[in-house]
Design a protein around this ligand. Structure first.
Ligand code: NAD
Length: 495
C-alpha cells in the first residue's frame, strides 16, 4: 500500500515537472533564435502566476526580419512545390510527435483543457498537411484564342507576408497563416500573440528542424502597433494577414490601403443559430451547450445568438441551461475539466459587463452569470433568455462563454434577426427540411453556414467572413489563392 502511494506520488511529481516546463520564448529571425534586451511576462490564466517571458522586438530586429524574409522569399519561391510540401509535411509530423509537449505549453499559457489543447495541435498539423498537398495543385489555365497566340493564366506567390495572429488558439491560428503562405511559396514574418506565444514557437521549431531555409519564416513578438505600423508600409511586405478584432482589422486595413497592399482579414463574428421546430430540441440543445463551452467561448465562430422557433423554445432553453450548469469548469490540467478559465482579465470584465447590462434590461439569467470565487479568470457557461435587442450583448461579440436564447415566430424573422448585425462570419441552423435549408442557405449573410453541425471549418474548406467580419479566405483552395498573384501571359508564336 505504501509502495503504491509512493509510486503515485512519483508519477504525479514527474507529471508536474513536465507540466511546469514552459518553453523559452525567443524571436526567430533568419533561421536563428534571438533574445532581446526587453521582455514581458506570460501568465497562466488559471493561477495568474508568471510562467515565462516573451521578448520585445525593437527596430533593429524588425529590420533584420525584413531583410531575412526578403532573402527567404527569393530562395523559397524557387523551390518546387513538391520540395516545399516535403518540408511542410515533415514539420507537421514533428508537431504530431511533440503534440503532448505542445499541448501542455498551450494549457499553461491559455488555460484550455489539455485534451482541447491537444486537438488544437492536431488541427494545426492538418492545416499544414492539407496546404502542403494543395500547394502542389495551384494550377493556372490556358485560354484558347486566335491561331498563333496563347494566353496563359499563371499564379505566382505574392511575396513576403506580414501576419498577425491572436491569443485564442496559440498554435492553430498561426498555423493557418504560416501553412498557407509557405505552401503557396511565400515567406512570412509572423507576429504571434505575446499572451500565448508557445504555439508559434513550436511551429518555428518544427519547421527549423524539418529543414526550412533561413528567412522563410521569421517570428516576432513585441508591442503590436509598433510592429504592424512599421512592417505594413515596407516595400518588402506584399500582403497583410490578420486575425483579431474588427476594430484592429479596420485600423490595419487603413494602413495597408495607404500603401495599396492587399489584406486578408479574419475578424469578429457574433454567430446566430437558427433552431427550427422540425428538429429534436433536446439533441440540438445538448450539442449547442457543449459547443458554447469549447475554448470557453473564445472563438470567432462560437455559437452565440440562438433564435429558436416558439414551439420548441421552452424545452430548448431549459435543456441548454441544464447542460450549461453541468459543464465542469476548472484548471485545464485537471482530468475532469471541460472548460478552463478565460484567457485574460479583459474577457472576464467583458462577461461581467455584458451580463449586468442584459440583466438591467430585463433578460433572464438561466445559468451562470457571475465569475467563480477563486483565483484565476474563471467564468461559467452563462445562458441569457428573452434578451431585448437593445442589450449590448445582442450586438457586441461576447468572445466568451455567453449564449443568448430568444424565441422567433418564423424562419423569415430568424433570418432577419441573424442578418441584423454588421458581422457575417459563421452562422448555424438546425433543420431537417430541405426547403428550409435552402431558404437559410440563400438568406443568411455569412461566410460559413453549418446546418445540423456546429463545426464551422476544416482544413479543406474556405473560411472567412462577409460584411465587417473581414475579407479573404483561409483554408481550402480559395485560401491558398490569397497568397498568390495572377499573371496573364499573352504569347504570340508568329514572329
Ligand atoms: P484587441 O482588439 O486588443 O486585440 C485583438 C488581437 O489583435 C490581439 O491578438 C492583439 O495582439 C492584436 N492587436 C491589437 N492591436 C494591434 C495592432 N495595432 N497591430 C497588430 N496587432 C494588434 O482585443 P483583445 O482583448 O486581445 O481580444 C478581444 C477581441 O478580439 C474579441 O472581442 C474578439 O472580437 C477579437 N478576437 C478575435 C479573434 C478571432 O479569431 N477572430 C481572436 C482573438 C480576438
Amino acid at each position: 500500500m505504501v509502495h503504491i502511494k509512493l509510486i503515485e506520488l512519483y508519477i504525479r511529481a514527474c507529471f508536474n515537472a513536465l507540466v511546469t516546463e514552459y518553453p523559452e520564448v525567443n524571436l526567430y529571425i533568419g533561421g536563428i533564435w534571438r533574445k532581446t534586451a526587453d521582455s514581458q511576462p506570460v501568465l497562466n490564466p488559471a493561477t495568474q502566476s508568471v510562467i515565462g517571458q516573451v521578448p520585445v522586438a525593437t527596430r533593429p530586429e524588425l529590420d533584420d526580419a525584413l531583410e531575412a524574409a526578403h532573402g527567404g522569399f527569393k530562395a523559397w519561391s524557387a523551390y518546387s512545390p513538391r520540395k516545399r510540401a516535403e518540408i511542410l509535411l515533415k514539420a507537421a509530423a514533428l508537431m504530431r510527435d511533440r503534440a503532448d509537449e505542445i499541448a501542455q505549453a498551450i494549457t499553461l499559457e491559455h488555460g484550455k483543457p489539455l485534451s482541447q489543447a491537444r486537438l488544437e495541435v492536431i488541427r494545426g498539423c492538418e492545416f499544414f498537411e492539407w496546404d502542403a498537398a494543395e500547394g502542389q495543385r495551384i494550377y493556372g489555365r490556358v485560354i484558347p484564342s486566335e491561331p498563333g497566340i496563347r494566353y496563359v493564366v499563371h499564379h505566382q506567390p505574392i511575396g513576403m507576408v506580414a501576419a498577425f495572429s491572436p491569443w485564442n488558439f496559440p498554435l492553430s491560428q498561426p498555423a493557418r497563416k504560416v501553412a498557407g503562405a509557405l505552401a503557396a511559396g511565400c515567406s512570412i514574418i509572423l507576429k504571434a500573440s505575446e499572451e500565448t506565444p508557445a504555439g508559434a514557437v513550436h511551429i518555428a521549431r518544427a519547421l527549423h528542424d524539418a529543414g526550412l531555409p533561413p528567412g522563410v519564416l521569421n517570428l516576432l513578438f513585441g508591442t503590436p502597433p509598433v510592429i504592424s505600423e512599421y512592417l505594413i508600409p515596407q516595400k518588402q511586405t506584399r500582403l497583410i494577414a490578420f486575425t483579431g478584432s474588427t476594430a484592429v482589422g479596420k485600423h490595419l486595413t487603413r494602413l495597408a490601403a495607404d500603401h495599396m497592399k492587399p489584406v486578408l482579414m479574419e475578424l469578429g463574428g457574433h454567430a446566430p443559430v437558427i433552431v427550427c421546430d422540425d428538429v429534436d430540441p433536446v439533441a440540438a440543445a445538448v450539442m449547442s451547450a457543449a459547443r458554447k463551452a469549447r475554448n470557453a467561448g473564445q472563438v470567432c465562430t462560437s455559437p452565440t445568438r440562438f433564435y429558436v422557433q416558439e414551439a420548441i423554445y421552452g424545452v430548448f432553453a431549459r435543456i441548454f441551461a441544464e447542460k450549461a450548469r453541468a459543464v465542469v469548469v476548472g484548471d485545464g490540467f485537471d482530468s475532469g475539466t471541460e472548460m478552463g478559465p478565460l484567457a485574460n482579465h479583459r474577457r472576464i470584465e467583458a462577461m461581467e459587463s455584458l451580463v449586468a447590462d442584459a440583466r438591467a434590461r430585463g433578460a433572464r439569467v438561466l445559468a451562470g452569470g457571475e465569475r467563480l470565487k477563486r483565483s484565476g479568470y474563471f467564468f461559467p457557461v452563462t445562458v441569457l433568455a428573452d434578451v431585448p435587442d437593445a442589450a449590448r450583448v445582442m450586438r457586441e461579440e461576447p468572445f466568451g462563454p455567453l449564449a443568448v436564447i430568444n424565441p422567433v415566430s418564423s424562419i423569415d424573422e430568424a433570418i432577419q434577426k441573424a442578418n441584423a448585425l454588421p458581422f457575417g462570419l459563421a452562422a448555424y441552423a438546425f433543420t431537417h427540411s430541405a426547403s428550409r435549408a435552402n431558404q437559410l442557405t440563400e438568406g443568411v449573410e455569412a461566410g460559413n453556414l453549418s446546418i445540423n453541425t456546429l463545426e464551422a471549418s476544416v482544413a479543406e474548406t474556405p473560411f472567412g467572413g462577409v460584411k465587417e467580419s473581414g475579407y479573404g479566405r483561409e483554408g481550402g483552395t480559395e485560401g491558398l489563392f490569397n497568397y498568390t498573384i495572377v499573371k496573364n501571359i499573352s504569347h504570340s508564336m508568329t514572329i
